[in-house]
Design a protein around this ligand. Structure first.
Ligand code: SF4
Length: 307
C-alpha cells in the first residue's frame, strides 16, 4: 500500500522524497508545437485545445517569476504550505533554442521553494543538445520529462494526428533513461476503435520500456478541439464510468509497483467539456477506482510480470 492507496501515487512519491506536500505549478513558457506551427502540421493533435494541454497554466504574457507567484497564490487556498515543482505543461516545452530553454528552466528553479522541474514535450523534440541540457538539470534538481504517447495502435495514432511513430518514442525514452532522466508516459483510454486489449497492450509496452511514471487520461470531447467536430458529425461510443474504472484497475494491476501514477483520469476544462459528462466528478471516479481495487483485493503490480 502507498499510504491509504492501493497504487503508487505521485503525491505519495513526492512526500516520501521531500518530506512534505509538493505542489505542481503549471507554467506557460510561451512555446508552440511542431504539430501546430506548420513543421509537421497546422491543426495539432485532434484532441488538442486552444491552450494546448495546459488548461490551468499561467499566462505566457507574464514572466516566469510572476507566473510562479500567481500560481502559488492560487494554490494556497487549497494547500497553504508545501514545496513547489515548476511544471512546463503547455504545448512542447523543449521546442525552442537551447539558450531560451536554459534561461527559462533556470529562472523557475531560482524561485523560492521550487524543488524541481516537470517538462512536457514530444519525443521528436529532443535533439542531442536538449538531452545534454536536460541531463545537466537532472543532476542539479528533481526532474521528469512527460511524453504524450497516447496509444500504440498505428491506426489511432494516425486518427489523433500524433505525428511521430513508436520507434521515435522508444529512441527518446531510451536516451532519457540512459542519462538518468525520469520519463512519464501519457496514455489515453477511450479512443474510438480501440478496445480494452489495446489499452492494456499500451500499458504493458510503456512498463517494458522502463518509464518512471504514467498518466492515464480518459478521452474527453472538448468543444475547442477538432475531435468535437468529428464526434458531432459521426458520434462514436464513449466509455461509461464503470468500464473506465475497470480498465484503469486492470492497467494498475499490470504496472510494476515502482511506476509512479501521475493521473488516473483527465483534468480537462470543465466549461468546454461536451462528453462524457460523468468525468466532471473526478473524486467519484477516483473513489470508484479505490473501491474496485478493494473489491478485487488487488494492488498495483499484482499482475505485473516483474513482481
Ligand atoms: S503534441 Fe501536444 S501541444 Fe502539440 S498538438 Fe499534440 S497535444 Fe497539442
Amino acid at each position: 500500500m502507498w499510504g491509504d492507496k492501493r497504487y503508487h501515487t505521485l503525491d505519495w512519491e513526492l512526500k516520501k522524497t521531500f518530506g512534505e506536500k509538493v505542489i505542481k505549478l503549471s507554467l506557460d513558457g510561451g512555446f508552440t508545437c511542431p504539430n501546430r506551427d506548420g513543421t509537421l502540421g497546422t491543426s495539432g493533435c485532434i484532441f488538442c485545445g486552444e491552450q494546448g494541454s495546459g488548461d490551468f497554466a499561467g499566462s505566457p504574457a507574464l514572466p516566469i517569476r510572476e507566473q510562479i507567484c500567481q500560481q502559488k497564490e492560487f494554490m494556497s487556498a487549497k494547500w497553504p504550505k508545501g514545496k513547489y515543482l515548476a511544471y512546463f505543461q503547455n504545448f512542447t516545452n523543449t521546442y525552442a533554442p537551447i539558450e531560451y530553454l536554459d534561461t527559462l528552466y533556470s529562472e523557475a528553479l531560482a524561485e523560492e521553494d521550487i524543488v524541481g522541474l516537470a517538462i512536457a514535450t514530444r519525443p521528436d523534440c529532443l535533439p542531442d543538445d536538449v538531452i545534454d541540457l536536460l541531463e545537466m538539470y537532472a543532476q542539479r534538481t528533481y526532474l521528469w520529462i512527460e511524453l504524450g504517447l497516447q496509444t500504440i495502435n498505428p491506426v489511432s495514432a494516425k486518427f489523433i494526428r500524433r505525428g511521430f511513430d513508436l520507434e521515435c518514442f522508444e529512441r527518446a525514452v531510451g536516451k532519457l533513461i540512459s542519462r538518468g532522466i525520469r520519463v512519464v508516459a501519457h496514455l489515453i483510454i477511450g479512443l474510438p476503435g480501440e478496445s480494452r486489449s489495446d489499452y492494456l497492450d499500451a500499458v504493458r509496452y510503456v512498463a517494458r520500456l522502463g518509464v518512471w511514471g504514467v498518466k492515464l487520461h480518459l478521452l474527453h470531447i472538448q468543444r475547442d478541439t477538432d475531435l468535437y467536430h468529428v464526434y458531432k458529425e459521426r458520434p462514436f461510443r464513449l466509455l461509461d464510468r464503470d468500464e473506465y474504472v475497470s480498465i484503469v484497475c486492470d492497467a494498475l494491476e499490470l504496472l510494476p509497483p515502482e511506476v509512479v501514477i501521475h493521473r488516473l483520469t483527465g483534468d480537462g476544462n470543465k466549461k468546454l467539456l461536451e462528453a462524457p459528462t460523468w468525468s466532471r466528478d473526478k473524486l467519484r471516479v477516483l473513489s470508484a477506482v479505490d473501491g474496485e481495487l478493494r473489491l478485487r483485493g488487488s494492488l498495483q503490480g499484482q499482475k505485473s510480470p516483474s513482481t
